[in-house]
Design a protein around this ligand. Structure first.
Ligand SMILES: CC(C)(COP(=O)(O)OP(=O)(O)OC[C@H]1O[C@@H](n2cnc3c(N)ncnc32)[C@H](O)[C@@H]1OP(=O)(O)O)[C@@H](O)C(=O)NCCC(=O)NCCS
Length: 369
């Protein structure tokens, strides 16, 4: 255990800030179960999260520890997990430590421990990040030199994919399908804007291989900062150690060449209405034809698969313009949900040009962390 801070309100009160190891996971799990209502009904979810994102994370050994904590007389009273994500930044591979499950024992809240945890986590690695939606933590980031990445909001957008799901409960199966098909034509007219000569085919895939690595090599050549999405990483994250049910699909042009990948999850609304949540897109920034072709085919694929809504949780300066052109609606955000702390500090150009994937942190997988 390494003491990180000897000063500050928490230390003055006899509390010691420390770095955590795998031995501390059971205590972290118990505290997370007490602190987050969505774990209370399913205590195994948080255990599985630690196993997938920390214990079986091939990049975790590149960090010194699994998070930061605060102890009193040896007992853990607060913690913030930090998990490793391989990153591509400024032409180099590195690792970013992303925060998850910041929690303070109820008896110790309101005494500055949350603030002290975030402070300790910012020196956990050269680059640390958080995709938290927490209003308390966002306030703390703003005071501690974290940079809000990608503007003021979350960059999320949404649109309707089809009408049949919404009509089903009102008019029943057959009528919903017929009427739905007619109303869907209005959506098709809107999507016609993004159709280009890059017609092709979108298909789910079950494993990534060398073709994905070739695509990734081309993507990374044009990005200044993004999650490293090699075949190895995507196989680990999406297929081997998912923390929610993720799907991956490929967009191939008419020559059969792989031009883009998309990852999505499913959100279930009441009465069987489903929303596809786009979590990642792997496509060359300069290949505008491919991203247009991908979205045009993906929306049709989702409709055929029974989705009513689509939410886009991938954001970049290039995609923002396309979302506007597609007429997507911006989704309300409680502040900026993506903060980065770097030392040495980042060039503002890199922070501004950050590609925000819904796979970056794990907030998107697990709810409101
Ligand atoms: C959120 C949490 C970590 C804060 O810890 P804490 O030790 O009570 O926070 P601090 O005393 O360091 O307060 C830091 C700032 O956050 C504010 N804050 C604390 N809890 C808050 C809440 N629930 N909502 C809004 N602001 C809050 C404090 O007022 C303080 O801001 P101020 O200095 O401007 O007054 C703690 O309440 C907790 O464990 N909650 C349950 C789990 C959770 O929601 N985690 C956050 C996930 S993002």
């Amino acid at each position: 255990m390494t003491t990180l801070h000897s000063e500050g309100k928490a230390a003055r009160e006899g509390l010691v800030t420390c770095r955590l190891s795998e031995r501390d996971i059971p205590a972290c799990v118990a505290m997370a179960q007490e602190s987050f209502s969505d774990f209370q009904g399913n205590p195994e979810t948080v255990t599985q999260w630690f196993e997938a994102r920390i214990i079986r994370n091939p990049w975790q050994p590149l960090l010194d520890g699994i998070g930061v904590g605060i102890r009193k007389a040896g007992e853990l009273v607060a913690f913030r997990a930090m998990f490793a994500q391989p990153w591509w930044i400024n032409g180099q591979e590195t690792v970013v430590a992303f925060a998850a499950h910041t929690a303070v024992d109820q008896a110790y809240r309101g005494q500055g421990l949350g603030f002290a945890l975030v402070e300790a986590s910012s020196s956990f690695a050269g680059l640390t990040g958080s995709t938290s939606a927490g209003t308390a933590t966002q306030k703390i980031y703003a005071k501690q030199g974290f940079v809000p990445v990608g503007g003021d909001g979350n960059g999320f957008h949404q649109c309707r994919v089809g009408y049949a799901g919404s009509l089903h409960r009102r008019v029943g199966g057959t009528a919903a399908r017929v009427l739905g098909r007619l109303l869907d034509l209005t959506l098709d007219a809107r999507w016609a804007r993004i159709r280009t000569s890059a017609r092709g085919e979108f298909r789910p895939i079950e494993r990534c291989d060398h073709e994905v690595d070739r695509l990734w090599a081309n993507v990374q050549a044009e990005e200044s900062s993004c999650l490293l999405r090699s075949a190895r990483y995507l196989n680990w994250r999406v297929f081997d150690e998912p923390t929610c049910d993720l799907r991956l699909g490929s967009f191939r042009d008419r020559t059969g060449k792989l031009r883009a990948l998309a990852a999505w999850a499913t959100l279930d609304f009441p009465e069987g209405v489903r929303c596809a949540v786009l979590r990642d897109v792997l496509v060359c920034r300069s290949d505008e034809e491919a991203v247009r072709g991908l979205f045009a085919e993906l929306l049709l694929y989702w409709r055929r698969d029974g989705f009513t809504w689509a939410r886009f949780e991938v954001s970049s300066t290039a995609l923002e313009g396309l979302y506007r052109e597609m007429g997507l609606d911006a989704v309300h955000s409680h502040g900026n949900r993506y903060w980065i702390h770097a030392h040495p500090s980042l060039d503002s150009e890199i922070a501004d040009d950050w590609f925000r994937s819904g796979l970056d942190g794990d907030y998107f997988d697990c709810g409101s962390r």
